[in-house]
Write a protein that binds this ligand. Structure first.
Ligand code: GLY
Length: 253
């Protein structure tokens, strides 16, 4: 069970972050409210929320998931691959040191962003992407091995981060879209294929007794409900404009 979530308030400079979406500029006031709803949803899942102040110099810093990998044993501080996001991990490290006795770090020339790291029970999958290089992924693998976790590398061809196109919601159920639907590395799981028109919603998160899902993706909602999960929907329109998904907005542990 998760007990804590770290989130970071949306910067007023949010619209100046990195994006490929071509969905227009995010509206700060709407993003602010959506972020509040997201935080409320995590609280409903039973998490205690630690909310960090917005960092105006780092427009993407609300996407805290990219700054660290956290589990019940340790925290691993990322070395972000996007040049404009370097340094976002500094404050997160200080915060995580209050929760964890063991805090490791990915060191350059390795780069790694948390959005590329998928945990499935005791196994990890790391996306080799524009943001996460092989050196970073192999450092993570070595660290995780010490704590009894396996780690496999997955080459990405199209999406930003591994978790843009894949999510594990427990009980063997893997939500997948695009390039991951037929990837042999995941074929032992119960694959729930997301329709092309709903691929944004693939990035959902299982948090204790709920699955958090982006609002407005009815087919995927029906599929996940059909598997017996309770769903909390969160409107994500403004974060989508900045290439962000539900998992990106928190560190959960
Ligand atoms: N805007 C989120 C990212 O590109 O990292």
């Amino acid at each position: 069970m998760f007990k804590h979530a770290i989130i970071r308030d949306v910067s007023k400079n949010f619209q100046n972050g990195i994006t490929t979406s071509k969905l227009g500029k995010p509206v700060y006031s709407t993003a602010f409210l959506q972020h509040k709803d997201y935080s409320d949803a995590l609280e409903k899942c039973g998490l205690k929320i630690l909310s960090l102040k917005a960092e105006e110099k780092s427009p993407d810093s609300t996407f805290v998931e990219d700054t660290a990998i956290v589990n019940e044993d340790l925290a691993i501080i990322a070395n972000l691959g996007a040049p404009s996001r370097k340094g976002e991990e500094v404050e997160i490290k200080k915060v995580l040191e209050k929760f964890y006795n063991i805090v490791e770090s990915i060191e350059k020339p390795g780069t790694l962003e948390g959005g590329d790291v998928l945990r499935i029970e005791e196994d990890y999958f790391v996306g080799l992407s524009q943001r996460t290089n092989k050196k970073g992924a192999l450092q993570l693998k070595e660290i995780l091995k010490t704590y009894g976790y396996s780690c496999s590398l997955v080459k990405l061809n199209k999406v930003l981060h591994l978790k843009t196109g894949i999510a594990y919601i427990g009980d063997g159920n893997l939500i997948t879209s695009g390039e991951f639907v037929k990837n042999p590395i995941f074929q032992d799981f119960n694959i729930i294929k997301v329709d092309k028109g709903e691929s944004y919603a693939t990035n959902c998160i299982r948090v204790n007794n709920y699955v958090l899902l982006a609002k407005g993706f009815e087919k995927l909602k029906r599929s996940i409900s059909g598997l017996g999960y309770d769903i909390l929907e969160v409107d994500m329109t403004e974060f989508r404009k900045m290439d962000g998904g539900l998992s990106c907005l928190s560190l959960r542990f």
